[in-house]
Design a protein around this ligand. Structure first.
Ligand SMILES: Cc1ncc(COP(=O)(O)O)c(C=O)c1O
Length: 416
């Protein structure tokens, strides 16, 4: 069952937008498409600002820069995510406290957050794993009580909802990815940062536009009303009328191209259809799993809608999970396991993290976790094949386990 190598689907709307851009002679950078895409995205997510970048990774780097972390500060983070969520903290002098996850959702466990808070805790980084919304009410209640800023990694969560609101508007900052496999794409790479704060909008504009993230004060010796000889002098007047008093960090060029933004805007218009396809594939897989008591799907909170960037399920033991993986692999079903617990990766072990820090995350990963293909790039025949292959594989594993598939007691936590 060779799967499409894209999670997103492009078609006429994207080709038309690109043709308009290419044939219209408009600028290919910093034109109107980026503004339009940002405005539509802000409206969809319901935040005051939605600012494009060049990737989800860059969005997270810039968002974390806005938090103004100081040496000695502490940040609580989920270990069950892609490395980009926490990578910007690796070269900062801050302490990361990985918080264990909820075994039903793989998202940060609100009940585990409070115990990790100290007077130095400044921020919390979470992901809506696979598009399954985290329990934001409980997380935000703890965070607000302690004055902690919360960043939502929404790389998987476009299309999800939580109590009628969209991820990206549920905390202080939301970061999205439009990379090839994501729920919409901006021609393969792209990102967005969403938030409500005016001061952050000014800083992010500088950070993504080759300027410095700095404290700026007006220079008094420049007369702002002085007549300008030529229009370009406006630029130098602006530069000379600013005085930098504290440089936080140098900016970069994270400008989304007009082509990417044009495609992003077209993709937004088909988001509901794309989401409908993901949800209907997930419903088919759910129906198969219900027949086998030794597997269960990831469970989104009752008051939320799952975006199904990933379809995740769990087997009762490592033996069953591994047999299932092998049975699916023999039938040509592509399985991509995501993600190895971050606190056990070499870079975070180098920073003193290790085994036993997040026992639930470790046991879910090593003993239970499985992702199945679920995206609109699958043809109808591929979905039919997947459903059948899953059913057959589960039946095979059940038969091997003696028909009852009882959980194997004491599956030890060993890396593998
Ligand atoms: C949870 C998560 N965060 C961040 C990223 C980074 O996004 P990008 O690939 O656009 O840099 C990804 C990408 O796979 C992701 O899955």
């Amino acid at each position: 069952m060779p799967c499409a190598k894209r999670g997103s689907v492009l078609g006429e709307a994207e080709v038309t937008a690109l043709a308009e851009l290419v044939q219209g002679g408009a600028p290919l950078s910093m034109g109107t498409w980026r503004d339009r895409f940002e405005r539509s995205f802000a409206q969809l997510v319901d935040t005051r600002y939605a600012m494009t970048t060049t990737s989800g990774t860059v969005s997270l780097e810039l968002a974390i820069q806005l938090l103004d972390l100081q040496p000695g500060d502490e940040v609580i983070a989920t270990p069950q995510t892609y490395q980009a969520t926490v990578m910007p903290l690796l070269d900062r002098e801050v302490t990361v406290r990985f918080c264990d996850i909820d075994p039903m959702t793989l998202n940060i466990d609100p009940a585990a957050v409070e115990a990790l808070i100290t007077p130095r805790t400044r921020a919390l980084l979470l992901v809506h794993y696979g598009g399954c919304p985290a329990e934001m009410d409980e997380i935000m209640a703890v965070a607000r009580r302690h004055g902690i800023l919360v960043v939502e990694d929404c790389a998987h969560a476009l299309g999800a909802d939580y109590r009628g609101r969209r991820p990206g508007s549920l905390a202080d900052i939301g970061c999205f990815s439009f990379q090839n496999a994501k729920n919409i794409t901006t021609l393969g790479e792209g990102g967005m940062v969403t938030f409500d704060r005016d001061d952050w909008a000014l800083r992010l504009e500088r950070l993504r536009g080759n300027d410095v993230d700095a404290q700026i004060e007006p220079e008094e010796w420049i007369d702002p009303d002085e007549p300008l000889v030529l229009p370009w002098m406006k630029y130098s007047a602006a530069v000379y009328s600013d005085r930098v008093t504290r440089i936080r960090r140098a900016g970069t060029n994270a400008t989304m191209s007009e082509a990417a933004a044009a495609v992003g805007l077209a993709q937004l218009s088909r988001l509901d259809t794309l989401q409908g396809t993901r949800s209907s594939i997930a419903a088919r897989l759910d129906a198969v799993l219900r027949r086998y008591p030794f597997v269960r799907p990831q469970q989104a909170p009752a008051h939320s809608g799952h975006a199904y960037h990933l379809y995740t399920c769990f087997a009762d033991s490592r033996g069953l999970r591994d047999q299932l993986l092998l049975a699916l692999d023999r039938r040509g079903v592509e399985i991509q396991l995501r993600y190895f617990p971050l606190h056990l990766t070499p870079e975070w072990r180098h920073r003193g993290h290790g085994r036993g820090e997040c026992p639930v995350a470790e046991s879910m990963w090593f003993d239970q976790h499985l992702n199945l293909p679920c995206h609109p790039g699958l043809r109808t025949s591929q979905v039919e094949y997947l459903v059948e292959a899953l059913d057959e594989s589960l039946a095979e594993v059940q038969a091997m386990a003696g028909g009852t598939a009882a959980p194997e007691p004491g599956a030890a936590l060993t890396a593998g």
